[in-house]
Design a protein around this ligand. Structure first.
Ligand SMILES: N[C@@H](CCC(=O)N[C@@H](CS)C(=O)NCC(=O)O)C(=O)O
Length: 219
């Protein structure tokens, strides 16, 4: 059986930059599950219509089709209980949920104004008009206006890193001695930054931690 993961790609299809897809790739590695990826572009909605959604990640695991990273993580824990847990039991599940909300609503939100202008030129040509229209509508300004605010956006992003940096001074991983799903989630956000930013955003202890996560899984 081939396990398939539909994953967001740039014009260069080796550039896979979705924070949500990265967390699932690490989750699959954590679960010792092999998979193949299918590069997907923002406007390839028809290619994932079978999932009932219009976003990636989408996991096809035999007869099971699961979309949304949250659903996929829950599915993996339910389906592969003998592999290391992602969410696991309370209170890890509850604390990981806090990390997910922080990562999406604070960290990723701080990265959006920095990365949108950097992502745009790297997209496949067929995605560019869609990306501009949807992101400008969401942000209420043009991509070019956003780019002029980069220094302030970087200062905000740096400030959001304080709790993460303090945590990684005390412990090797967010989940403790070994990476857990909380690490996968935050890794995904910073991998998005690392891959797409035109200036370095992930350095020092953060880069060391990211490498330690990758090394754990032999990636
Ligand atoms: N809540 C979803 C979010 C997934 C998501 O936003 N994926 C983005 C790529 S990072 C996407 O597919 N966007 C398609 C679009 O904007 O049209 C999850 O956790 O999987």
């Amino acid at each position: 059986m081939t396990r398939l993961l539909y994953e967001l790609a740039a014009a260069d299809e080796t550039l896979r930059f979705s924070p949500f897809c990265w967390r699932i790739k690490l989750a699959l590695a954590h679960k010792n599950l092999e998979y193949e990826t299918i590069p997907w572009h923002f406007t390839d909605k028809a290619a994932i219509a079978f999932s009932g959604g219009d976003k990636v990640p989408v996991l096809v695991d035999g007869d099971h089709v699961v979309s949304d990273s949250q659903n996929i993580a829950a599915y993996l824990d339910e389906t592969y209980p003998n592999e290391p847990p992602l969410y696991g039991d309370e209170p890890v599940r509850a604390l990981t949920n806090f990390i997910r909300n922080w990562s999406e609503r604070v960290l990723q939100a701080a990265l959006v104004p920095i990365l949108i202008p950097d992502i745009f030129p790297q997209l496949a040509e067929r995605d560019k008009a869609y990306f501009r229209q949807t992101r400008e509508a969401r942000l209420g300004c043009t991509i070019e206006e956003l780019a002029t605010r980069r220094p302030a956006a970087i200062a905000t992003y740096q400030a959001t890193l304080a709790p993460l940096l303090a945590t990684l001074r005390d412990q090797k991983f967010i989940a403790g001695e070994a990476p857990g799903y909380a690490d996968h989630i935050v890794f995904g956000a910073l991998q998005w930054a690392r891959l797409m930013s035109s200036t370095p955003l992930v350095e020092g202890p953060l880069a060391v931690w990211m490498q330690a996560v990758l090394d754990t899984y032999g990636l």
